[in-house]
Design a protein around this ligand. Structure first.
Ligand SMILES: Cc1ncc(COP(=O)(O)O)c(C=O)c1O
Length: 406
């Protein structure tokens, strides 16, 4: 599609939206899935429910074919040439851990993150540093969560082995300039891992141009099946990374004493894989491609602006993160004076079947460093429309008026 998206047509592709009057505003956690993804998942179970890469019969060859096609689709979708640079994971967290455990860090080397990371890109580095002598430093963001490149430059140094940061925050929606980060990091001799779980669903990403060394993402936040992720790595990086798991399918030949690792990417995919998830991931990328990532991005901008506009008069409401909707990817975190985030989420659910998230969104360091106990969060995606935002803002206004501290 080009220009303004046909939201009604998009909505009609999602079975849950055909069935319910509810308003789903929790896509930053997990997106809904269109018919084509569900069909691809069930086709695997109905038509070729076997393993890939091992057996020679036709049904198994079909699994291998779909697996190869999914990698090819991913390479094309993210602007890269080599499908073998994509590893199937169960989520973004697993991709990050694959890198954290896979790099052969030396004592005294440092990992740089930011103070607004999701725990999935925070806890693996705490675990790594325990007892290994690997140092951790973080780049302090502005008070509203915006990435601060000057602070980032200050924490960089020749001891930095890896910079690992999110592309977009799941709390503030702020987007980090990963191309600039890669340049600075590479100049210092460091590699870059990007947690792309909140950006990949919403914007066109060209990994070749971004020049980052690793990019981990959640397929389930971009219309893909639950429990599916992708880890991209430059070939030379993947070649020197130690696999997180070892076992069948990930080796060339094994003797009693020794095993030769299979080439990349197989060495990272030990054991049988989530084949229906892989098939569904291909369908998800095809769907997003058909709608168009640029249109999806513009749609997100329109919805964010609308949220800000429609909620600006609500007494006691304060946004967590930048006040400018154009500086937020697709997440609107907020608090209402006198109401806890969980109260807000429960009220919206009961009042008008509106589904939002509440709590600390697994971004504990962000909240604790700013003395905020948590927030409610509405996040949007390509299937949300103006009516959703209107219902959200109306219910929020009523909740604030009835129960807030005005
Ligand atoms: C910024 C960010 N990073 C990482 C994750 C973890 O993703 P996954 O559940 O796919 O491991 C999330 C999930 O919400 C996230 O928002």
């Amino acid at each position: 599609m080009n220009g303004i998206m046909d939201i009604s047509a998009v909505r009609n592709d999602f079975p849950i939206l055909r069935k319910t009057e509810g308003v789903y505003l929790d896509s930053a956690c997990q997106s809904l899935r269109p018919d084509s993804v569900i069909k691809a998942i069930s086709e695997y179970y109905e038509d070729f429910p076997s393993c890939g890469g091992r057996s020679v019969y036709g049904m198994s060859a079909k699994v291998s074919l779909v697996t190869d096609e999914t990698r090819e689709k991913a390479a094309e979708f993210f602007g890269t040439d080599d499908p073998d640079c994509y590893i199937f994971t169960k989520n973004c967290t697993e991709g990050i851990n694959t890198v954290a455990r896979g790099i052969k860090f030396r004592k005294g080397e440092a990992v740089v993150t930011t103070d607004t990371e999701h725990n999935s890109n925070h806890v693996p580095w705490i675990v790594l540093s325990e007892g290994s002598g690997v140092k951790r430093r973080y780049s302090r963001s502005d008070d509203d969560g915006e990435f601060n490149i000057e602070n980032f430059k200050e924490v960089m140094g020749k001891d930095v082995r890896l910079v690992s940061l999110h592309h977009a925050s799941n709390v503030t929606g702020c987007v980090v300039p990963i191309r600039d980060i890669a340049e600075i990091a590479h100049d210092a001799g460091a590699e870059v891992l990007v947690d792309g779980s909140q950006a990949a669903p919403h914007m066109k990403i060209d990994l070749e141009k971004a020049d980052v060394d690793y990019y981990s993402l959640s397929a389930h936040k971009m219309l893909g099946p639950s429990g599916m992720g992708l880890l991209y790595g430059k070939k030379e990086c993947l070649n020197s990374l130690r696999p997180l798991t070892a076992g069948g399918g990930a080796v060339g030949l094994a003797s009693y004493d020794k095993a030769d690792l299979a080439p990349v990417p197989d060495r990272f995919e030990a054991g049988l894989q989530n084949y229906s998830g892989i098939a569904g991931t291909k369908a998800a990328l095809e769907y997003l491609e058909k709608v168009g990532m640029d249109d999806i991005y513009d749609h997100g901008r329109r919805l964010m602006r609308s949220i800000f506009k429609r909620t600006e008069g609500i007494e006691g409401l304060s946004a967590v993160g930048p006040k400018d909707p154009d500086r937020r990817c697709a997440a609107f975190s907020f608090n209402i004076e006198g109401l806890s985030p969980h109260d807000i989420a429960m009220m919206l659910d009961k009042m008008d079947n509106i589904m939002i998230r509440s709590g600390m969104h697994c971004a504990h360091p962000f909240f604790s460093s700013r003395g905020i106990e948590g927030s409610a969060r509405a996040s949007v995606y390509l299937y949300n429309n103006e009516k959703d935002i209107e219902r959200f803002a109306t219910a929020l206004g009523k909740a604030a008026e009835a129960f807030g501290n005005r």
